[in-house]
Design a protein. Structure first.
Length: 309
């Protein structure tokens, strides 16, 4: 595909997100984000019409990228659990993922394709005519010798297979029932809720719920929360970037686990009046059961989106 076609694909994706943002069921604050998405679509239309002009294409893509980042920041700062809002943010994030690679294109991507080499056409030379060879005389084929058939071998009775006594059936044991307070019932059973104890000295606690400020987040690099994201911890106490901290994660139903986190970004209370303060940490040394808790939680609640570019 050409860069213009990629810009058209991103614009068509954003059109679906704009339609969701313009639904009457959403709060009126989402109309501001809808206007910013419309500006990004207009810039992508200019990129489509650049006709191979790298400078014009690059300028339009940068305008679209800045508008989409502003729209995502605005939507994430609005505290709402409306399903249409989650769908709209997911579609706009998909469009942002399509626009970002276009901002890194080089002028060589707009060079016209090379014309393939065509070999010159030469007239074919007529094949030389040679006199046909006279037909060879036909010789009679010698008859195949006949051999006397071997007498049939006598049939021997096969020995009967020895009969073994069947093993007695093993008694059936009842399978354990998953914990009734598990908010993610229906999957494989996991351990019972862990009694709440204070976190290590100097650590942080992340309380997760249906509308909690703390939540998992992911980036444009992928959809795996552990490998390409982390957890946002709501806190007025800000650790420094790159510092390792102890985090105790509390899930609905009394489930919890402790992990080490590396601080990747912070959000001060002065950065955005509509967004609560806290920090995002990449989780390390996550085991299989901890991954199950994370996966079950994000299936019921959309994680935050963090632009790491």
């Amino acid at each position: 595909m050409t860069p213009s076609q990629d810009a058209k694909t991103a614009r068509e994706t954003l059109a679906r997100g704009l339609a969701l943002l313009q639904q009457s069921d959403l709060p009126p604050q989402f109309l501001e984000a809808a206007g910013t998405v419309a500006q990004a679509m207009s810039a992508l239309m200019q990129a489509e019409r650049s006709a191979g002009d790298f400078a014009a294409f690059s300028a339009s893509i940068q305008q679209a990228l800045a508008a989409l980042r502003g729209a995502m920041a605005r939507m994430q700062s609005l505290p709402t659990a409306h399903p249409l809002a989650d769908q709209a943010m997911a579609v706009v994030a998909q469009g942002l993922g399509l626009v970002h690679p276009l901002s890194n294109l080089q002028p060589s991507a707009f060079a016209p394709p090379a014309v393939p080499y065509q070999a010159p056409m030469y007239p074919q030379q007529p094949a030389p005519m040679y006199p046909q060879q006279p037909a060879q005389p036909a010789y009679a084929q010698p008859a195949a010798p006949t051999y006397a058939q071997q007498p049939a071998q006598p049939a021997y009775a096969q020995p009967a297979a020895p009969a073994y006594a069947q093993q007695p059936a093993q008694p059936a044991y009842a399978q354990p029932t998953p914990h009734t307070s598990d908010p993610f019932a229906g999957g494989a059973p996991i351990s019972s809720p862990t009694p709440s104890i204070p976190p290590p000295s100097g650590g942080f606690e992340a309380e997760l719920g249906t509308n909690s400020i703390s939540n998992f987040y992911k980036t444009l690099n992928g959809n795996d929360i552990v490998e390409h994201g982390g957890i946002f911890v709501s806190s007025y106490k800000m650790p420094t970037l790159g510092k390792e901290v102890d985090i105790r994660v509390h899930f609905p139903g009394g489930y919890q686990f402790d992990c080490r986190g590396i601080v990747r970004w912070v959000r001060e209370s002065t950065d955005n009046a509509d967004a609560p303060p806290g920090f995002g940490a990449q989780m390390v040394n996550i085991g299989g059961e901890q991954r199950q808790l994370i996966q079950r939680y994000v299936r019921n609640r959309e994680p935050l989106f963090y632009d790491d570019f």
